[in-house]
Structure formats: C-alpha cells, structure tokens
Design a protein around this ligand. Structure first.
Ligand SMILES: Nc1nc2c(c(=O)[nH]1)N[C@H]1C(S)=C(S)[C@@H](COP(=O)(O)OP(=O)(O)OC[C@H]3O[C@@H](n4cnc5c(=O)[nH]c(N)nc54)[C@H](O)[C@@H]3O)O[C@H]1N2
Ligand SMILES: Nc1nc2c(c(=O)[nH]1)N[C@H]1C(S)=C(S)[C@@H](COP(=O)(O)OP(=O)(O)OC[C@H]3O[C@@H](n4cnc5c(=O)[nH]c(N)nc54)[C@H](O)[C@@H]3O)O[C@H]1N2
Ligand code: SF4
Ligand SMILES: [Mo]
Length: 748
C-alpha cells in the first residue's frame, strides 16, 4: 500500500529532484514491451499522437507515432517524458481519509467505506442547507465522456446548480468572444491551413514552449515566405524568429488591435464585399476605432507607431493569413474585449473559410476544447446548449428521462464558488481533475476556503495541494488507464486508448462518480458499463446542438485519425474548416456560413479599459504570469517527473537588466515580488527578453513558491476568467532567503 509522505509537506519537491524519479520502477525504454498502444499525450491541447509501450501492465516507454497527421511523430519534452508519471511512488493506490494523528495527515480507507462517507456527507449537507450548498469543480483534462458525466451527475444526481470547471481559468474569454462573433466556439481551421498563409499573427501565445508542435506549422509558413508577427511583452522563443515583434504592455491588446483596424480602414485594406455580404455591425466598430489613431495606440500600448503601421500593412494587404492567440490576450479582466478586437481584424479582411485563411485560439488543456462543450460549465448543457433556453432544457431533460423542471438553472463560476464558501452558502465540495489551491489567483484565500468547507472530497491520482485539504481523497485514473475521446486544438475529435488498468484500489473516474450515485441511492442514469456507452448517450445529447457529435463513432475516429466536429450523421465526414460556403450548419437559415439565424458573423465593438489593478507609486511594476516548456499547469504531474524537474527546477522572476540594475538585483539573487495580496520570494533571472516595466513568473509551483499568492482575483465580467496576466507589484532584493531555501536547492 502507498504510504504518504510525512507532514508537514508544502511541496513535493522538498524531496529533492533525484527522488522525484520513480524509485525502482521499470523505466528502460529499450526494454522489449508486451505491446504498444496508439494514443495521445496526456498534457496539452495539441494532443500529439504517441505510442505507449506496455510491459506487465506498466507503461515503460514510448515510440513516436509517425502516421498521426498532426504531429507526425514529433513530441515536446513533456510528451517524451510523460510515460514516467504512472510509476511514481506518490501514485494514489487507495482512498484516504484526513486524520491529523496519522502520518502525512491522512489514513487509508477502504474504497467502499470512503464512497459511502462521501454519499452520507452529501446527504447531510444538502438536507440541511439545500441542494445548491454542495458544489462540483471538474476539469478539462478529462475525456469528453467524463466531462459529460460530470455535468449530468451534478444536475441530475446532486441536483445542484453549482458546477463549473478549470477551463474557467483557461479558455472562456475566447469561447465567449467566438460565440459572440461566429455563433460557434471552435478554432475555425485545421492547422494545415497555417503553412498556406502569407501572414501569421500570434497574439499572447508562447507557441514554442506551450504549443510546441504548432511552431513547426508556423515555421513551414515562414519557409514559404510568410511574414510572422508576434505580440507579447516578452521575446519568447517564437518571437526570436519572427519578422515583426510588437512588445505590448500587458493588458493593452484591445487598443493595439483597434489601432490596427483603424489603419486598415483608413488605407482601404478591408474586404468591403465580404463585410456587406457576410457580416453585421461593421459601421459601429469602424466608428469606434476612429479614436484609435496610431499616435494614441502607441501611447497606450507601448508599441511604436512604426511597428503598428507595419503590422497593419502586412495584415491588411495579405491575400491569405492566419491569426492565432492564447492566454496572453485572454487572461484579463477585459479578455473578451481583447479577443473580439482580434476577430474584428480577421472579419474585416474576409479571410476565413478558405484554404490558408484562418483563425484559431490555441486550446490549453488536453481536452480544453471537448471539455467546454458538453455541460460541465455552469451555464451550459451538452452540445453547447444553453441552460437558460427552455427548448434546450427540454431536449436534454428528455435524453436524461427527467422533467425540465428537475434540471437546476445556471450556477456560478469556479471562483465565485469560493466566494460562496466564504459566505457560508456552499458547505460541501467535490473536485476532480482540478488543483484550485495552486491554480486560482490570490490563492491564500482559496486555501482558507477549502478549510472552511464542512466536507471536501477530491478525486485525483496524486495528492495534489488542494486534496491535502480534503476530508476524503478518492484514487482516480491516469489518462492511460481509461479510454474515451478528447478534442484537440484544431477541433479534431480523437481517441485516447486504454493502455493499463488502474493499479491497487484506484478506479476509472467515471466508475467513481457512478459509485457515489449508487451510494446516494440515485443510480438511475448512472449505470453505464463503459466509456463507449457514455459516448453513445453524449452523441444523442449533442445532436442538433452547435457542438454536434452525433455522427462521430469510435471506429470512425480511428479510421479517419480524428473527426472534426460538427458531424451530424454517420455518413458525414466532419468539418475540418468552418465557415466554408455551403457547409452544414444547423443554425443558419440565410446564405451565410456563420452560426447565427441569418448566417452572418457579428462585428463587436471592443472597448479598451486598463487592467483592474494598474501600476502606482507603491506598486510600480506589472507582473505577468504563465508557463515554461517543461512543466504543466499546477505541476502536480510534471513536478513528479525527474527529467522535467531537472530541466527547470524552480520558478524564477524574469526581469530586464535595466530594471535589475535599478533595483540592485543580480542574476540568481533572492528576489521578492509583492502585491497587495501577498508576496513570493524566488531567484531572479535577468533577461533581455522582457519589457523593463514588466516581470514574469511561471506558476507551476505550490506553497511558498506559488506566484498565485500574488496575483489578483479580478475577473472578466462576461467570461469570468481571472486576470492572471496583469497586476501591480513591487520588486526588491530579498532581505533574507525564503523559508524553503536550503530545504531543496537545485544544482544551479
Ligand atoms: N509547457 C507547457 N505547455 C502548456 C501548458 C503548460 O502548463 N506548460 N499549459 C497548457 C494550457 S492549459 C494553456 S492555457 C496553454 C497556454 O499557452 P500560452 O497562452 O501560450 O502560455 P502563457 O505562458 O500562459 O502565456 C502566453 C504569453 O502571453 C504573454 N503575455 C502576458 N501578458 C500579455 C498581454 O497582456 N498581452 C499579450 N499579447 N501577451 C501577454 C506572456 O509573456 C506569454 O509569453 O498552454 C498549454 N501548454
Ligand atoms: N498565475 C497563473 N495561474 C494560472 C494560469 C496562469 O497562466 N497564471 N493559467 C491557468 C490555466 S490556463 C489553467 S488551464 C489552470 C489549470 O489549473 P488546474 O486545472 O488546477 O491545474 P492542473 O494541474 O491541470 O490540475 C489538475 C489536477 O487534475 C489531475 N488530473 C489530470 N488528469 C486527470 C484525470 O484524467 N483524472 C483525474 N481524476 N485527475 C486528473 C492532476 O493530477 C492535477 O492534480 O491554471 C490557471 N492558473
Ligand atoms: S506539444 Fe503538448 S501534446 Fe504534444 S507532446 Fe508536448 S505536451 Fe504533449
Ligand atoms: Mo489553460
């Protein structure tokens, strides 16, 4: 049986990097496997094809899967090492119950007893405080089947309105803006359109570190002569090879894109025929951007007028183009406005729905796309249906064999769930595939709220930092221990194949959820025997919705190496490129290809506002946060994979030499970054690749190394995404090393 590390343990890397290699596990990739399974990487939304090598029910290595069209065998450092995670000694092999007297603060518990305790606590809380007093937080690394089941479980079994998911921290600004502009929330093109583009514009995406395989598509375009434009406060690796770099001041993208559109209109670099025929709302946008003269745009964004004019000219005059963005423009209190402003420059040129003419938001989590379509969002039902729409409610109620009145209404977003805990309105929480203690902003508050709960159950395969606050922990499944579909950044539905069985008392996540339903005595609707059965119900539930999966089968996914949704019937091949004239569209009754009744896309006025917290005399610098190539999200997985730890052992504060000199900080010095919410002391990394008014810290670490102690919980009013990408801080050389110094010091 697994033993838990002794308490108190704030972060797993206190073990030291060498111990994060799975001790004694079989890790020799050269070893002859029993079999190889074609599946996909468990980490980012690129969902690279990979073959895992299995010996004696253990994943022991990998081989490239060269036929899979997206990555053709290529993998990034995380994909190459992902096979190491399952054998880690921290893998949860049994259920646990919190017990202050036990070593590590938890004692093992029989699985069935744990499930029964969960059910009885749910009953107790809901009968005393109402159904909505129990909340669910779910995740977009789960297969689409599981995300569907989580939405159904919350609404039909628990009858709570309060379910939301970690994509709330990720893709919701893009999703909301895509819906507003196009009526559909999916990248518009397969990535094979990128190399065909004359101009590739990348806004707020560290492509080479966060969606590494996309780099290859961008470079193919460059090789064919394309101009690459990058908008980022940091010269990221992709920016080092671009043709034009716009070093935007964090939080100012909407001004930049409005300024670019201003010039495009002034110079006539727009497609008036497309605008007239296929869009509405252009005049209001044109009127609005009139104020965004190059001079004003330069003043607000910190980008030179010359560079703004050059970007407008290249983008405006191109015949083909592809615009990509990610969290750099989305993680803002005006993230939706930022995204709308980028979509406006795409719509104004009419370069959509044709070869080499594309737009895409690069999804983040493994199932960042599929995980936001089928009902685990607080306002959504399967098929991207709207929980407020009576017809949509009636349709799903029929599939679930309940009456529409039994379906709860709209719940609150993931952060608001914690505010409701603070107010005593939510008393119980089930989380799966989510580590809010590390990943939510202002996370000292989150830790206090987890402790305030009457009852908290976490389902995970590692005891993540949030689960350490749980009353009961249930051992869930790793990606390679289950099967199901996920949808990649391109909109391609692909199949995750089971490689090994969950070890010990661990269970496939969907079985655990059904076991809880059974223990509650509400198993009706939760008696699926397999992910395939869940998928078949999901297909029916999605039929006729915008995210229509009804024509997708496991066999077709395998045969075609993925099926792009929407796919309304089994003889339909799927829809790689959206908005092609004449393509299937369940919503449009007019001639246009967009997903509104009149078939026309919407221009939306995108208004600029400064970040929720701007700099002032006390906090004179901007903090922005994000990722490094070798770690993934809250680090639960990658901080347990030795070679990835060695590649980037601890977070560092990136700052420009000018700023470093001004502050008297040398490379490697302990440096404190402090905001109104909290402080974090880390080593400095002095780099010339960042704006001198901005510091950057990656967020993959917990406890004292967590930069989310410092970030702000401001949210976009429409999407409710947190403003991870900008808050005001002061930075100084630390007067003393942090408490963790010396406990684990990586070799420099
Ligand atoms: N290695 C690695 N890869 C990952 C992940 C990971 O954790 N590690 N996570 C996956 C997930 S879930 C996601 S969401 C994606 C995220 O992928 P990205 O969005 O590419 O990554 P981030 O580092 O969050 O931020 C991207 C860039 O935004 C820039 N930026 C900061 N503020 C601004 C701003 O105001 N404007 C502009 N234009 N840019 C700004 C940052 O400097 C950074 O280079 O990556 C996925 N892939
Ligand atoms: N400061 C700052 N904070 C950020 C961001 C930022 O850029 N800056 N980015 C935000 C973004 S874009 C994201 S997506 C979030 C991510 O934030 P989280 O979702 O909290 O981070 P994860 O590390 O994905 O946590 C997921 C947990 O799920 C578990 N898990 C993974 N797969 C499975 C599975 O199949 N089954 C089960 N049962 N468990 C599983 C992992 O072990 C891990 O403990 O962080 C956000 N936080
Ligand atoms: S790019 Fe993403 S999916 Fe591909 S190997 Fe790297 S982490 Fe895995
Ligand atoms: Mo994300």
């Amino acid at each position: 049986m697994a033993t838990l590390p002794a308490a108190p343990l704030e972060t797993i890397e206190q073990f030291g990097p060498h111990l994060s290699y799975p001790a004694g596990a079989r890790l020799d990739t050269a070893e002859e496997p029993d079999r190889q399974v074609k599946t996909h990487c468990c980490f980012c939304g690129q969902q690279c094809g990979i073959q895992l090598k299995i010996k004696d029910n253990v994943v022991v290595g990998f081989e490239p899967w060269e036929d899979f069209p997206f990555n053709r065998g290529m993998l990034c450092p995380k994909g190459v090492r992902r096979y190491l995670q399952g054998a880690h000694p921290d893998r949860l092999l049994t259920a646990y119950e919190r017990d202050a007297a036990a070593p590590g603060g938890f004692r093992p518990l029989n699985y069935q007893a744990a499930v029964e305790r969960v059910a009885s606590e749910i009953n107790r809380i809901q009968s005393a405080h109402g159904a909505d007093a129990f909340a669910v937080l779910s995740g977009a690394s789960l297969t689409t089947e599981k995300t569907y089941l989580m939405g159904k479980f919350a609404r039909m079994c628990l009858r709570t309105a309060n379910i939301d998911y970690n994509g709330r921290l990720c893709m919701v600004s893009a999703g909301a803006a895509n819906k507003k502009s196009f009526g559909i929330d999916r990248s518009a093109n397969p990535w094979s359109d990128i190399p065909q583009a004359e101009v590739v514009l990348i806004a707020g995406s560290n492509v080479a570190e966060c969606s590494p395989i996309t780099t290859n598509y961008v470079w193919q375009a460059r090789e064919r002569g394309a101009k690459v434009i990058v908008v980022d406060p940091r010269i990221t690796p992709i920016a080092r090879t671009c043709d034009l770099f716009l070093p935007v001041k964090p939080g100012r993208d909407v001004a930049l894109f409005n300024g670019i559109l201003h010039l495009m209109i002034e110079q006539g670099w727009i497609d008036q025929e497309f605008i007239d025929r296929y869009t509405v709302g252009f005049e209001r946008v044109a009127e609005h951007v009139r104020q965004w003269t190059p001079q004003r745009t330069a003043e607000v964004t910190g980008v030179t007028e010359k560079a703004i004019r050059q970007a407008a000219q290249w983008w405006g005059q191109a015949k083909t183009s592809f615009l990509l963005h990610a969290r750099g423009i989305e993680h803002h209190s005006h993230g939706v406005q930022n995204v709308l402003s980028t979509i406006n420059i795409v719509l104004a040129t009419g370069r959509l729905g044709r070869e080499g003419c594309g737009y895409g938001t690069i999804t983040g989590q493994a199932n960042g796309q599929g995980g936001r379509e089928h009902g685990q969002k607080c306002d959504q039902l399967p098929g991207w249906r709207d929980i407020d729409n009576p017809e949509h409610r009636a349709y799903i109620a029929k599939i679930w064999q309940i009456s529409p009145e039994e379906l709860p209404g709209k719940g609150v977003d993931a952060y608001e769930i914690f505010r409701k805990i603070d107010r005593g309105e939510i008393r119980g929480l089930l989380s799966i595939c989510f580590n809010p203690k590390v990943s939510l902003p202002d996370n000292n508050f989150i830790g206090r709220m987890l402790d305030k709960l009457d009852f908290y159950v976490a389902i995970d395969f590692f005891l993540n930092e949030s689960a350490r606050h749980a009353n009961v922990v249930l051992p869930g499944s790793l990606q390679e221990e289950d099967e199901g579909v996920v949808t990649s950044a391109e909109g391609r539905v692909i199949k995750i194949n089971k490689c090994v069985d969950p070890p010990g008392d661990a269970r496939e996540d969907w079985r655990i959820i059904q076991d809880i339903a059974q223990a509650l005595g509400r198993q009706r609707g939760f008696t699926f025997d397999s992910p395939r059965q869940i998928f078949d119900e999901l297909r029916r539930a999605s039929a006729g919705g915008v995210a229509d999966y009804s024509g997708i089968t496991y066999e077709k996914v395998e045969r075609q190496m993925g099926v792009f949704w929407p796919c309304p019937s089994e003889d339909h091949p799927g829809t790689p490129r959206l908005f092609e004239p004449g393509s299937w569209n369940p919503v449009a009754q007019g001639n246009g290809p967009f997903y509104f009744a009149d078939g026309k896309a919407r221009f939306n006025v995108a208004t600029y506002a400064p970040p929720a917290e701007d700099v002032d005399a006390d906090y004179p610098l901007l903090l922005t946060t994000g990722r490094v190539v070798s770690h993934f999200l809250s680090g639960t997985q990658t901080r347990r994979i030795g070679p990835l730890v060695d590649q980037y052992p601890e977070p560092r504060v990136e700052l420009h030499p000018q700023l470093a000199e001004q502050l008297g900080i040398a490379d490697g010095d302990w440096t404190t970054v402090e905001s109104r919410r909290g402080a974090c002391t880390l080593r400095a990394q002095v780099v010339r690749t960042i704006r001198p008014d901005t510091v950057f810290v990656p967020y993959h670490w917990a406890g004292l190394k967590s930069i989310n102690q410092v970030t702000i919980a401001a949210q976009d009013p429409i999407s409710k995404i947190p403003e991870y990408k900008v808050c005001a801080v002061r930075v100084s050389r630390a007067s003393s090393p942090p408490a963790y110094a010396g406990v684990f010091e990586p070799q420099q």
